[in-house]
Design a protein around this ligand. Structure first.
Ligand code: SF4
Length: 342
């Protein structure tokens, strides 16, 4: 595997961000931790102002732990995902109680703090203490997906496993803190979500998506969940004047307030029961071809059933030339009735 760490570190030495407020020398793990949590869902430029304000209000881990939760949430206001602030506050209390206020240095200790995942724990330790840990945040996932043309979405276990494997392979043994920062900066500034700057890319030579011009389709998007299919029967009662029975639907729910046929589950018993309930003399005549109507969250498979209903005292309507609002599938059935019965 062609290493990306060398060219990325070279690029970082020239272009990497080295003056962010949490990049003091020596590193302050409290600052690195706060920045990592803020950066989980927010971009660097936005985080800078919030970070400075937060540190001004809670300059040390002890001050954060001693603060009221409401005060912490107020300083977080605007960053969103408030669970992050609550977790920071809870973690600060744990660190005060269990580690005498010293930020822990063991991976197992950090990963057990509320709201810290594997990649964040690795980033905190590698950036703060130059420990050899591999990160796989959103930026790194995107870079590696493109560089290696990794198929699938990271939400799928197999894809995530492959990405972790690649991330570990690429992590160098030296300059870990710089490499961690380098690959995050590279993803945030060059290998961006839209229109990556491949012409300025230090690792373009080995990039598979650059080679195949497939940058726009990697990382692969989250696969859409297949929509469930609900099956119903639409009962088309037709009287001796070839008029059809339509009923107004409740105002809430699908096709609210429109007019439609009687509906029931698509099985023999439900259909017989619904016919008898409507009129015990009605007779099932034929079943029309089923068709599918799609909504945002599901498909409706409609089985139209024609039913002879002579001498009913219910109100029937002409199949056309009426002023009722009808859902599209009802209109579709009506337009086909000529072929079958009317
Ligand atoms: S060549 Fe383009 S797509 Fe490939 S890693 Fe570089 S910036 Fe990303």
């Amino acid at each position: 595997m062609e290493a990306i760490s060398k060219p990325l570190l070279k690029w970082f030495d020239v272009f990497g961000r080295k003056n962010l407020p949490w990049q003091s020398t020596p590193k302050n793990p409290y600052h690195v931790w706060i920045s990592e949590v803020m950066l989980q869902q927010t971009q660097v430029l936005t985080v800078i102002g919030y970070f400075n304000n937060f540190i001004q209000n809670f300059p040390t881990l002890a001050t954060l732990a001693a603060a009221k939760e409401d005060t912490v949430l107020r300083q977080w206001a605007g960053l969103g995902y408030y669970a992050r602030a609550r977790n920071l506050h809870a973690s600060a209390k744990i660190i005060m109680a269990q580690y005498q206020g010293e930020f822990p240095r063991e991976f197992a200790q950090i990963i057990n703090l509320p709201g810290i995942g594997k990649s964040s724990a690795a980033a905190i330790l590698s950036i703060s203490f130059n420990q050899n840990h591999t990160i796989l945040d959103g930026n790194v996932r995107r870079v590696l997906s493109r560089y290696h043309e990794v198929s699938g979405h990271y939400g799928q276990a197999k894809t995530l496993k492959r990405l972790w494997h690649l991330a570990e392979k690429h992590t160098p043994n030296q300059r870990i803190a710089d490499y961690t920062q380098a690959i995050m900066d590279f993803g945030a500034t060059l290998c961006t979500r839209q229109n990556p700057s491949c012409q300025h890319c230090p690792i373009a030579q080995g990039c598979q998506t650059k080679k195949h011009k497939t940058q726009a389709i990697f990382p692969n998007p989250k696969p859409k969940k297949p929509k469930p299919t609900k099956k119903i029967a639409m009962l088309i009662f037709i009287n001796e004047k070839n008029r059809v029975y339509l009923q107004k639907r409740p105002s809430k729910g699908i096709w609210g307030g429109l007019w439609s046929f009687v509906e029931c589950e698509n099985n023999k018993n439900s259909i017989s029961q619904a016919i008898t309930n409507f009129d015990k003399n009605a007779q099932k005549q034929k079943t029309l071809p089923a068709f599918k109507h799609s909504f945002t969250h599901y498909h409706l498979l409609i089985h139209p059933v024609l039913i002879d209903c002579k001498n009913s005292n219910k109100t029937f309507y002409p199949a056309s030339q009426h002023s009722l609002g009808l859902p599209a599938p009802v209109n579709k059935i009506i337009s086909q009735l000529n072929k079958f019965a009317l």
